[in-house]
Design a protein around this ligand. Structure first.
Ligand code: AP5
Length: 184
């Protein structure tokens, strides 16, 4: 099974991804984590990506799309993968369609985690990652509303998007996600 987790910053994609990989045999692909690892390792790609991440903007497609294409062609993705944070724009969604077709991979199940903006800001400020300051959070939410929301519409038009209420206990939210995945 291939899974896409969408949702605004702070909606719990990463948290629920950890739960999902314990129960389902899917490779976890998080572009945010991959880019942060590049930065930590001091690679050129990491330094370039960090300029955008600090501002809460999307890292250019020429970096991210190539990185994801390479990653999903690795052996551990053959049995299924879960994308957490990709696609985040219509151009990325279209690039993913092409990748899946080219590699003859199954259509993904789309899970959209919905949380109000006030709750998101509260969660992120409490967490305090390098990009969890008020200004960057504002910009990340703007990017989500402007560039990522159309991705949800795009998938809704093509088929079903499973909407999950992302407010409540982590276990309760996961139980709802599990219901969707067990039904596939
Ligand atoms: P990324 O790392 O993907 O960050 P994000 O989408 O902003 O998501 P977060 O990690 O902030 O939130 P999450 O939804 O995973 O929630 P989490 O589980 O952590 O991206 C960072 C940057 O990288 C982007 O801004 C961009 O620059 C770049 N990038 C990434 N992908 C890209 C792409 N495709 N194209 C271009 N650029 C890209 O939870 C958040 C907090 O809430 C945690 O503290 C958690 O403990 C808490 N929490 C979780 N669930 C609950 C709950 N139910 N109740 C209370 N608290 C909860």
């Amino acid at each position: 099974m291939n899974i896409i987790l969408v949702g605004p910053p702070g909606s719990g994609k990463g948290t629920q991804a950890e739960n999902i990989i314990k129960d389902y045999k899917v490779a976890h692909i998080s572009p945010g984590d991959m880019l942060r690892k590049h930065k930590k390792d001091g690679t050129e790609l990491g330094m370039k990506a960090n300029e955008y991440m600090q501002k809460g903007e999307l890292v250019p497609d020429e970096i991210v799309v190539k990185m994801i294409e390479q990653r999903i062609s690795e052996d551990d993705c053959k049995g299924g993968f879960m994308l957490d944070g990709f696609p985040r724009s219509l151009s990325q969604a279209k690039a993913l369609d092409e990748m899946l077709e080219k590699q003859n991979m199954e259509k993904p199940v789309i899970i959209n985690i919905v949380v109000s903006e006030d709750e998101l800001v509260d969660r992120l400020l409490k967490r305090g990652r390098a990009d969890d300051n008020e200004e960057t959070i504002k910009s990340r939410l703007k990017v989500f509303n402007g560039q990522t929301s159309p991705v949800i519409e795009y998938y809704s038009e093509k088929g079903s998007v499973h909407e999950i209420n992302g407010v409540g206990s982590i276990e309760g939210i996961y139980a709802e996600i599990k219901k969707v995945l067990d039904n596939q």
